[in-house]
Design a protein around this ligand. Structure first.
Ligand SMILES: O=C(O)c1cc(C(=O)O)c2c(n1)C(=O)C(=O)c1cc(C(=O)O)[nH]c1-2
Length: 256
């Protein structure tokens, strides 16, 4: 990114044309996306135990479960019918339509494929408190901030195909107890995410025209990166180092 667009803290220096705004947003991902988190790095190096992988799947279920709810909040705030039609696809992607499964069910297949009990995962009662606080922060963001910020916060999906590609190939290579079927959640995401990004990015490029609006967009994306980052922080603290999971949280069994 050209340094005359924004400072190292992502404070914008002037009003940007849409291509320059997009360049700043992509730089946020380069610097702040969870692909750089130590927990993710350990996962792709093949260094996590089965119990740590289970902890990841169990906690990430909370994020999956909240995604269609946050998209329903966004949907309720959109006045433009064409945009609503496009946005509602996201809810179908995650909830399914009652006949074909959605992302939540596919994530459950991942969790049970790793040896977790479906009821325990769905209840979310063994999730880390910090995971719950993080996913609730996402709901609060889309509810309380402007629609522009709510839409911009979804733009971490610009970076998800890379993190998913890296994760899936590393897991298949380095975790022999996980097979392709278990990771089936990720396959549709590789086409759904770019489709979602096209819609959200077009909206942001069109509607963030003032310096103030553009800064709000950049800050919303930073906040979303922080939400994803803190979820992995919590996993790292609780299950890797110093491995101090709070009382009541998931504890890997002796076989994991
Ligand atoms: O695997 C990942 O690392 C990852 C990241 C993200 C993201 O960047 O927010 C999403 C997903 N996956 C994902 O599967 C997904 O459905 C999704 C929806 C959203 C969103 O903010 O609307 N992000 C993500």
């Amino acid at each position: 990114m050209n340094s005359d667009l924004a400072g190292p803290d992502f404070r914008l220096k002037r009003v940007l044309v849409p291509d320059d705004l997009e360049a700043v947003l992509r730089q946020v991902g380069t610097e702040r996306y969870h692909i750089r988190h130590p927990f993710h790095r350990l996962m792709v190096e093949g260094a996590l135990t089965r119990g740590q992988m289970q902890a990841w799947a169990l906690n990430r279920y909370c994020y999956q479960a909240v995604i269609p709810r946050k998209d329903a909040i966004i949907l309720s705030r959109i006045e433009d019918r064409t945009l609503r039609i496009a946005w509602r696809e996201r809810i179908l992607d995650h909830d399914g339509d009652g006949t074909s499964p959605g992302g939540i069910e596919r994530w459950m297949r991942l969790a049970t494929g790793l040896g977790l009990d479906a009821e325990a995962v769905a209840s979310q009662r063994l999730a880390l408190p910090a995971t719950r606080f993080s996913v609730n922060a996402y709901l609060t963001l889309v509810e309380k901030r402007t629609l522009l910020e709510a839409i911009a916060s979804s733009l971490t999906e610009m970076f998800s195909p890379e993190v998913i590609g890296e994760r899936v190939s590393a897991i298949l290579q380095r975790y022999p107890y996980v097979n392709e079927d278990t990771l089936g959640y990720f396959t549709p995401r590789l086409t759904q995410a770019p489709r979602d990004v096209d819609v959200a990015l077009a909206y942001v490029r069109e509607h963030a025209r003032t310096l103030e609006a553009q800064q709000l967009v950049v800050d919303a994306l930073i906040t979303k990166c922080e939400i994803l980052w803190t979820m992995l922080d919590a996993l790292h603290f609780s299950y890797v180092e110093p491995a101090l999971a709070p009382p009541g949280a998931f504890a890997p069994g002796a076989d994991a």
